[in-house]
Design a protein around this ligand. Structure first.
Ligand code: ADP
Ligand code: ADP
Ligand code: MG
Length: 657
């Protein structure tokens, strides 16, 4: 076994690997860029080596610097995590040549599977069912059209070197191919330095199901069942679970056997994932093999009890797999939510910045179930524009799928983040949707369920009552402070668009409420003014809501529902009703910056006439270029910024006359 391992990665996965190394008594070294000097991984590792500038191309992607760091610290092996150099066969070869162990599969397997065209050919030969299509390179647009028409629309145009949801486009007709082929080719060239493209049938309304495999250097390969990752946005996974609600025993066995057959055929000797698209009828087709640890590996660990990082380390050290296929069983159900720094209310735009407050739920066995949070950040840390915008991965376990979903819902309630946009309300909303709870998933799920984007979900009657009760409890507590002994018991609560008559009595340390004739009991209130989370028990059920003081009342969010709640005396409620509704500031004549970022270009000038849809400005954040278009026809009155400027969220970029 190794005594010291270098981790050529950052963030949550570096922390994840350190945890297993510590348990195994292995010393750790992390490398870090300028942006990560104060990171949690650097703090936790036994040693840390600075390797260069914040852009990955100056640090985490430079093999020479990693090798130097290994030399400098005397590490015996390198764990690459995922992303960066993890699927780079050249890097694995280079390490081998230098006598350093690569904790991952052998370079031949990486090479064979790292390329989508080659791996598809290989899979077909190993008897794995592949997506119908053209298994070979496409020369030009004319060739692409010919192939697309042979396969039949819709088709998917894919970069052979693609990954992370990049270099993929669906074409529904000839025009889409004419536009899409050069676009994918250009993106592939820019992102992967490789512009080989292929085309396959687009499976409509598919599900993403993948098999975790594990091999050793002695020819043994097992699978650790499946994960379903159908909840995706722009081909990127958002919610994953294990096992899959789609599979029956027969399909699970067939898929597992194909994944093992493919792995054996390439001499696979580490942890890896064979990805499939599956039809709702449980037909399934090979997509690609990821020759690395997968982001969503925790759900597999939770249902099998196997530590995948430990097994990768052991097999890299030459140990035999400690179990055979028959020793592996599925225990319960696990769910994972990717908490991203993005604003779900604004089209999921990246939202970078500082974690002014970061308070994850309690981990391990909690009052509501088992929780695991894989994070590489602490309160005060910054989610930087240079890397993946993931804040953490929240995973939960239950005996059944419903139980795992319920634990996730509660854990999301208890997760508090301030300082940047985050998708927790969105994730909680999905957990509450009937379709999700029924397991009727597809990669179109988010598009189907939120066709106009996410604006939160309307509160149920129970949620509205809960928020009214919470508001009254907070209002009373604030009042007690101001004038002790003089709190009243009858209130009018304006909760969103409804006004509710509420009577409240303090009895036995809790509150007994009557809301429009409905009797409720609120207990276990520990809230004190200033706290952002209000925890309590309503009619026997524990809950957490987030609360913020706001104009005369509170803004309260429970899961995906947010309400502005006012607690008024009956007299002031009467007056309130007579007030004209407040008007929001008129921003319809302005183009606002939707997020903090860098202005790449301003494409209009004062006095210019523009039509709806015309490009007004291009803004860059998190390495993504966001095109801002005119939402109306009109004449430009003023341009307030220029290319190269840094702008804050909501800054007025351009004004219409
Ligand atoms: P998974 O399939 O494990 O969910 P993703 O496809 O989301 O993983 O990618 C895992 C990580 O690796 C992400 O941080 C992603 O941005 C990155 N990644 C994956 N493939 C590539 C690639 N070819 N080039 C650059 N980054 C990649
Ligand atoms: P990446 O390397 O970016 O992960 P994949 O080939 O795994 O690329 O595809 C990413 C996602 O795109 C899949 O999870 C699936 O949702 C969708 N997808 C890929 N190929 C197809 C296809 N032929 N038909 C339908 N959906 C597909
Ligand atoms: Mg994939």
């Amino acid at each position: 076994m190794f005594s010291k391992i270098l981790i050529a990665n950052r963030g949550e996965i570096a922390v994840r690997i350190i945890k297993t190394c510590r348990r195994l008594g292995i010393k750790t070294v992390v490398v870090y860029s300028e942006a990560d000097a104060d990171s949690m991984a650097v703090e936790m590792a036994d040693e840390a080596v600075f390797i260069g500038g914040a852009p990955a191309a100056e640090s985490y992607l430079v093999a020479d610097k990693i090798v130097d760091a290994v030399r400098q610290t005397g590490a015996e092996a390198v764990h690459p995590g995922f992303g960066f150099l993890s699927e780079n066969a050249g890097f694995a070869r280079r390490l081998a040549k230098e006598g350093i162990v690569f904790i991952g599969p052998n370079p031949k397997a990486i090479e064979a599977m790292g390329d989508k065209i080659e791996s598809k050919k290989f899979a077909a030969k190993a008897g794995v069912s592949t997506v119908p299509g053209h298994v070979g390179e496409i020369d030009d647009t004319a060739h692409a059209i010919r192939i697309a028409e042979e396969i039949g629309y819709p088709v998917m145009i894919k970069a052979s070197a693609g990954g992370g949801g990049k270099g993929i486009r669906v074409a529904w007709n000839r025009k889409d191919v004419e536009e899409g082929f050069p676009a994918v080719r250009a993106e592939a060239k820019a992102s992967f330095g490789d512009d080989r493209i292929f085309i396959e049938k687009f499976i409509e309304s598919p599900r993403h199901v993948e098999i975790q495999v594990l091999g050793d250097k002695h020819g043994n390969v097992v699978h650790l069942f499946e994960r379903e990752c159908s909840i995706q946005r722009r081909n990127q996974k958002v919610i994953e679970e294990a096992p899959s609600p789609l599979l029956d025993e027969k399909t699970r066995k067939a898929m597992g056997e194909q994944a093992v057959a493919l792995s054996k055929a390439v001499g696979y000797d580490s942890a890896g994932t064979v990805e499939f698209v599956a039809g709702q009828d449980r037909s399934f087709f090979f997509l690609e093999m990821n020759t690395r640890l997968q982001v969503e590996h925790p759900v597999t660990e939770m249902i099998t009890g196997v530590d995948l990082v430990e097994q990768m380390i052991r097999s890299a050290a030459g140990e035999k797999l400690p179990f055979a296929q028959k020793d592996l069983k599925i225990n319960g159900w696990a769910m994972e939510s990717r908490i991203y720094a993005e604003d779900p209310y604004r089209g999921f735009l990246p939202s970078i910045g500082r974690l002014v407050r970061y308070s994850p739920p309690q981990e391990g066995e909690t009052p509501y179930g088992f929780v695991r949070n894989d994070a590489g950040v602490r309160e005060g840390d910054e989610i930087s524009m240079f890397y993946d915008p993931m804040i953490s991965k929240l995973s939960t376990w239950g005996k059944t799928r419903e139980a795992a979903i319920d634990v996730m819902g509660r854990a999301l309630e208890d997760f508090h983040i301030e300082g940047l946009g985050q998708n927790i309300p969105f994730l909680a909303g999905v957990m509450d949707q009937a379709r999700f709870r029924l397991g009727k998933l597809s990669t179109n799920y988010i598009k189907d369920e939120f066709p106009d984007g996410f604006q939160g979900l309307p509160p149920t009657d129970e949620q509205r009552d809960m928020m009214a009760a919470v508001a009254v409890a907070m209002h009373r507590r604030l009042q007690e402070r101001a004038s002790p002994g003089r709190v009243r018991d009858d209130w009018m609560v304006v909760a969103g668009l409804k006004t509710l008559a509420v009577n409240v009595q303090a009895i036995d340390g809790g509150l007994t409420l009557d809301i429009e004739g409905r009797k409720l009991r609120l207990e276990d209130i520990a809230w004190r003014p200033g706290q952002p989370l209000f925890r309590g028990n309503l009619d026997g059920r524990d809950f957490t809501v987030s609360v913020k003081p706001a104009a005369e009342g509170f803004v309260i969010r429970h899961r995906a529902s947010t309400l502005h709640v006012l607690v008024l005396t009956p007299r002031s409620a009467e007056l309130h009703e007579k007030l004209p509704p407040k008007k929001a500031a008129d921003t319809s004549k302005m183009v606002l910056s939707p997020m903090p970022g860098l202005v790449v270009s301003i494409d209009v000038a004062a006095g210019q006439e523009v039509k709806t849809g015309e490009v007004v400005a291009v803004l860059e954040a998190m390495k993504m270029q966001n095109i801002l278009r005119a939402e109306r026809d009109g004449t430009i009155k003023a341009v307030n910024v220029k290319g190269g400027d840094s702008v804050a969220a909501d800054e007025v970029l351009v004004e219409f006359a």
